[in-house]
Write a protein that binds this ligand. Structure first.
Ligand SMILES: NC(=O)c1ccc[n+]([C@@H]2O[C@H](COP(=O)([O-])OP(=O)(O)OC[C@H]3O[C@@H](n4cnc5c(N)ncnc54)[C@H](OP(=O)(O)O)[C@@H]3O)[C@@H](O)[C@H]2O)c1
Length: 173
């Protein structure tokens, strides 16, 4: 998959080692496209690639490590993507978590918000220049309607910080 050889459409799917992402990648691999499997765990990613490749016979499949709970990981992912590709035709933001446990991302944000929203927000914005080079660039966000039950508590300092962080992200891109 060299920069000069980009005749096929290029698509990235996040969270493909299992669940919905795996099924989406299986279907896409049967089309004539270059597929990037963005996985947190590269061993699991390679296993998924092997299964998908065996079924689809598509050799243009690449596993790239991506942890949406880390802004530096996301930035490195996009940098690495740019070393091999000039254009992106589709981004499917599928990866996500649902947990009632309190946790933080590497950058100190609440885990679910960080992985499901802020991480994909940064990823999508950093990939926009590549998507803009495509005639039919598409962004697909897979979400859950569980968001309807959540709400921000602006009295909570950590949540207030997240709003600030989002604004900062927008300015810093
Ligand atoms: N299944 C449903 O009924 C349902 C309903 C509504 C919405 N959704 C949405 O559909 C999407 C996929 O759901 P699913 O049920 O297929 O989920 P799943 O089986 O739990 O798979 C989630 C995927 O996201 C990856 N992931 C988790 N944290 C990550 C991180 N920090 N960085 C990168 N990847 C990460 C997981 O990787 P690891 O294996 O490494 O953890 C896994 O590949 C999610 O956005 C979810 O909110 C699902």
């Amino acid at each position: 998959m060299k920069k000069s050889n980009q005749t096929r459409k290029v698509m990235i799917v996040t969270g493909v080692n299992r669940g919905i992402g795996f099924e989406v990648a299986r279907k896409l691999a049967k089309q004539n496209i270059s597929l990037i499997l963005a996985c947190r765990n590269d061993v699991e990613g390679e296993k998924a690639k092997e299964k998908i490749q065996k079924e689809a016979g598509n050799i243009q499949i690449k596993v790239m490590r991506l942890d949406l709970g880390s802004f530096s990981f996301i930035r490195n992912f996009v940098k690495e993507f740019g070393q091999s590709f000039q254009r992106l035709d589709g981004l499917i933001n599928n990866a996500g978590i649902f947990t009632m446990d309190k946790g933080l991302t590497e950058d100190g944000l609440e885990l679910t918000m960080g992985v499901n929203y802020f991480g994909p927000f940064l990823l999508t914005n950093l990939l926009l220049p590549f998507l803009e080079k495509s005639k039919e660039g598409r962004i697909i966000n897979v979400i859950s309607d569980a968001y309807k039950r959540g709400k921000f508590d602006l009295e909570n300092i950590r949540e207030r910080r997240q709003v600030l962080e989002l604004m900062l992200l927008q300015n810093l891109l």
